[in-house]
Design a binder for this molecule. Structure first.
Ligand code: FE2
Ligand code: FE2
Length: 265
């Protein structure tokens, strides 16, 4: 597991933890993010049970685990939140946040200890860590891809953590942390977004929200980070994308294309 500081100013830092060259082949690579502000920490999408020991090994290079005050899960997937029980087991005083509708479902990741999750309302909310007015905003990203889903915006760092939006499944020899050539990066994002994003309408609404926030960086949970001009390029590409249906290159309304109908014959 690797970690890099991607923003640092006046005691306020963002660290990306990921690009695990030692991960098992069958595990999809994930980016975990740590915000450290005023000696308090917040983890964005803590990751899976499988990578917990590697992630905590990197986190403790920057902050004592007992100073982590908030763990945020953008949605319910195992690669996002299956490590939650392990985190709450070792950190006694931590607030864990997810969409209100996922509370009872994420509690299934409990391993004997109760995971008490704070439900985020549909419209989002703000939280604070540290002592220097470090507010983080949970920005609605519903149906992009999960039905209850958020991004996180940090106005101080001008960073937008986008969860699975902007995710890229990169080949193992792709080592750049940031997107360097947007046009050639599309091939790693397109299939993922077409399959996993469930609503074109909601995706475009998220693009409008992201533009209004005017971030300097967009940080996805898989793949490389968008920075500078690539932020605008990415938002333009996303806005033009059609998602939310299972496209097999044929009419979905033709029931005879369904395997079940062939069995029936
Ligand atoms: Fe996901
Ligand atoms: Fe994911």
């Amino acid at each position: 597991m690797r970690s890099h500081v991607i923003y640092s100013q006046d005691g306020h830092e963002w660290i990306v933890i990921g690009r695990d060259t030692e991960k098992k082949e069958e595990i999809v690579d994930t980016n975990q993010y740590l915000i450290v502000s005023g000696n308090q920490g917040m983890i964005l999408d803590p990751g899976g049970f499988e990578i917990f020991s590697s992630v905590i090994g990197e986190v403790t290079k920057y902050i004592s685990v007992n100073n982590i005050k908030i763990i945020f899960s953008s949605h319910q997937d195992p690669d996002i939140a299956s490590s939650l029980a392990l985190w709450v087991d070792i950190i006694k005083d931590v607030d864990t946040y997810c969409w209100w509708g996922w509370q009872g479902f994420l509690a299934h990741f409990g391993m004997g200890n109760a995971i008490k999750l704070i439900g985020i309302p549909d419209e989002g909310m703000e939280v604070q860590i540290g002592t220097s007015n470090s507010f983080q905003y949970f920005v609605p990203a519903h149906y992009c891809h999960s039905s209850g889903n958020y991004s996180v915006f940090d106005p101080k760092a001008k960073i937008l953590f986008s969860g699975d939006i902007g995710a890229a499944l990169l080949p193992s020899d792709y080592t750049d942390l940031f997107v360097t050539n947007f046009d050639s990066h599309i091939q790693f994002m397109e299939g993922f977004h077409k399959r996993w994003m469930s609503s074109t309408k909601d995706l475009r609404a998220w693009v409008a929200r992201a533009r209004a926030l005017n971030p300097s960086m967009i940080c996805p949970q898989h793949g490389a980070i968008f920075e500078g001009e690539n932020v605008g390029r990415f938002l333009n590409w996303l806005e033009a994308l059609e998602v939310g249906h299972w496209n097999r290159g044929q009419e979905d309304t033709n029931v005879n294309n369904c395997v079940w109908m062939k069995w029936k014959k």
